[in-house]
Ligand binder design. Structure first.
Ligand code: ARG
Ligand code: GLU
Length: 672
């Protein structure tokens, strides 16, 4: 208990150190940061950001689906998020006849808005520190197993208590700082969420995977949805009788424009970061794991690209899958480069050496560094086997589909093209055979390979006219059972101890920092909970002799426009608007602003997040980071880490001039 109080005190100290940009802060703890936020230019109060007593900015932010963020921009439940966040929905309503991916979609009245079974949006009702309750009954000499049990049991009790007698709420207890603290998050979940509008992919995905993770960027990455509720304004399953939800709060839209140096805040749901890793884990990521996973995905992408180029129907089927394969593939490359360029491994090693010395004679921390080394060393090979299990063996669509009991069959076959999957099987299974040491290879895999003589012959048996689902299921079961029985237990055992070490190491880093005035800042790693980050609109230099300014415009789209290149082929209507200088109210200096970069510390999951100005009005929608800064999930560098946001004026321009959906603009409160 004393330890815990000390830790909380340390967090307070860490949090009060003045330094902008890096950090993802818990909204309920924002009081500790508000002075610094205001000193950067923010005009509102901590209560305006997060409050349980009155409506606050948080009430306009939602967790969109499983992995994105969205925000409310009208009193009638209108929601904006990224095009790539709504991509699955837009695709699901598309066919060769009604190709909303290609042509865009605009509901001209509420009656035309399209329901999306399975899609949810969640509003955070409140969050609160429940550490004491979660650790009730904990004894310092408890084994990690017992502690895990205790935490699970107490967490469940806390969640059940909240949900008792309540409908449409979701409650999660989540650890932060490796289980040194726990928070309860309570959400209200809406399930009737309809598609309202999406630009054609040639705008919403402009630049495609070529420009993805890069600046300068010109992607109109937004889509519009509407949240519906029952008559009582509470969540209700889809029904024709539902009405547009009246949110507690929605953002006003600031169309007055932004400038370099302006304050910005991003409010959203970053997924996972690992800022306090031990050096060996960072080394494994940059030098082993990422390179292997990149190589495996390169194989799949090349196969997809070739087949998609031959046939429009195949292109539609694989559009969404390819985007997700390519996305991590490109990020891992930037991340590894960034880690290496920043010398993150060497810097961590230097820190660990100092920490180790300081830890001498402190029973809690002494020997941590050596033990980390031992443990990470012992699982390095097994971790690679794990990477190959997911990125090679299980990455064959037919095999994972059969393996999950053919669930979702309709959707699976709608988007399935066997020649791609067969070629992927051949490439991936050959790579597994080549790169995984014999002693770790699944015996079933070896046996089958011997029976068939080659992966190619094996593929011929698996991908016959009717795919051989029984064989696919067997491959899944046998190779995964082997992994589960022979590889996973060791990994789990070691990882359990690693987690335990991190819990102490986390406290140790804070204590060390306190004792040495190390100037480090501490904030909990992202874990798909709501966070606030803030920074400034700012350019950067990606390489020698190059400097990027922070705002892009329609002029850049016209420069990139090329009917011959799929990713850069814009709709004729956009060309015409540009030629006629028909920019309406959204014109700035003979063009329209499209996107901007800023120093906010964001991560995957922040897609669709509101980018706010100093008054809490919406100036942009976050959708990416710059490639040189993608290592910020592991190590942040204020010099090159930038988030990329859609300038809200480009969305307004597209809705107004391209879609002619003026009724949507009318719903919003636009400051101009
Ligand atoms: N890189 C962005 C993110 O991580 C956008 C991804 C979607 N776009 C794409 N071209 N794959 O989500
Ligand atoms: N595009 C990412 C997402 O879908 C956000 C970019 C990032 O990782 O920062 O969440």
């Amino acid at each position: 208990m004393k330890k815990l109080l000390f830790l909380v005190a340390l967090i307070l100290v860490g949090a009060s150190q003045v330094r902008a940009d890096e950090g993802m802060w818990l909204p309920s703890e924002i009081l500790k940061k508000i002075k610094d936020i205001q000193s950067q230019g923010f005009k509102l109060s901590a209560e305006d950001i997060y409050s349980v007593n009155q409506s606050s900015l948080k009430d306009a932010v939602v967790h969109f689906g499983g992995g994105c963020t969205g925000e409310l921009i009208s009193g009638e439940g209108l929601l904006i998020t990224n095009h790539h966040c709504g991509f699955g929905q837009i695709q699901s309503h598309s066919s060769v006849e009604h190709d909303y991916l290609k042509d865009g979609f605009w509901a001209m009245s509420k009656a035309e808005e399209l329901p999306n079974p399975g899609l949810t949006v969640s509003f955070l009702e409140y969050m609160t520190d429940v550490t004491d309750e979660v650790l009730k009954g904990y004894k310092p000499n408890m084994t990690e197993e017992k502690r895990i049990e205790l935490v699970a049991k107490n967490s469940k009790k806390i969640e059940e208590k909240v949900l008792k007698g309540k409908k449409n709420l979701k409650a999660n207890v989540k650890p932060i700082y490796y289980g040194n603290q726990y928070f309860l998050f309570v959400y209200k979940v809406f399930t009737d969420v309809r598609l309202v509008g999406a630009p054609p992919s040639s705008i919403g995905k402009f630049g495609g995977d070529t420009d993805n993770w890069m600046w300068p960027r010109h992607t109109g990455d937004f889509s519009l949805f509407r949240v519906y509720a029952g008559e009582d304004n509470e969540p209700a399953p889809y029904s024709e009788n539902n009405v547009p939800y009246r949110p507690k709060r929605h953002f006003k839209v600031n169309a007055k424009g932004i400038q370099e140096g302006d304050f910005t805040m991003v409010y959203g749901f970053p997924g996972t970061t690992r800022e306090y890793l031990f050096s060996d884990a960072v080394k494994y990521t940059a030098y082993t794991s990422n390179p292997h996973k990149i190589a495996l995905r390169t194989l799949r992408l090349n196969i997809q690209k070739e087949e998609m180029g031959k046939d429009q129907a195949v292109r539609i089927k694989y559009a969404s899958k390819q985007a997700s394969v390519a996305n991590a593939w490109k990020k891992w490359q930037g991340e590894a480069k960034g880690i290496i360029r920043l010398k993150a491994v060497e810097n961590k090693q230097a820190f660990e050496a100092k920490f180790d010395q300081w830890a001498q004679g402190k029973p809690e921390y002494e020997g941590l560094v050596a033990r980390f080394k031992e443990l990470y060393g012992s699982i390095e090979e097994l971790s690679l086997v794990q990477d190959y299990q997911t990125e090679a063996l299980n990455a064959v669509e037919l095999i994972s589909f059969a393996g999950r009991g053919q669930r979702g069959a309709e959707k699976f076959y709608k988007d399935y093209y066997m020649p791609i999957d067969k070629a992927s099987f051949i490439a991936l299974y050959n790579a597994y055979n080549k790169n995984i040491a014999d002693k770790y290879k699944s015996p079933y895999f070896k046996e089958q390979l011997q029976n068939f003589g080659s992966v190619e012959a094996w593929a011929d048996a698996l991908f016959t006219a009717e795919p051989n689902l029984a064989m696919a299921a067997e491959i899944y079961e046998k190779t995964n059972a082997y992994f589960k029985e022979n590889i996973a237990p060791t990994l789990a055992e070691v990882n359990k101890e690693i987690t335990l070490l991190y819990r102490a190491y986390m406290r140790g880093q804070m204590e060390y920092n306190e004792a040495t005035n190390g100037g480090k800042i501490f904030y909990p790693d992202a874990n798909s909970t709501l966070r606030v980050t803030y920074g400034k609109v700012k350019g950067y230099s990606p390489s020698d002799a190059v400097y990027y300014t922070p705002v892009s415009s329609l002029t850049g789209i016209i420069e990139k426009d090329n009917p011959e290149i799929y990713d850069y082929n814009i709709p004729q209507r956009l060309r015409d608007l540009y030629a006629a200088k028909d920019f309406g109210k959204w014109e700035v200096a003979g063009s329209v602003p499209v996107a901007f970069i800023a120093t906010n510390h964001t991560s995957g999951g922040n897609s669709g997040s509101p980018v706010l100005d100093a008054e809490g009005n919406l100036i942009g929608v976050n959708f990416d980071r710059v490639w040189e800064g993608t290592m910020s999930d592991v190590v942040y560098d204020p010099v090159v880490c930038r988030n990329i946001a859609l300038d809200i004026r480009y969305a307004l321009f597209i809705i107004d001039k391209l879609a002619g959906a003026n009724h949507l603009l009318q719903e919003m409160e636009i400051l101009k």
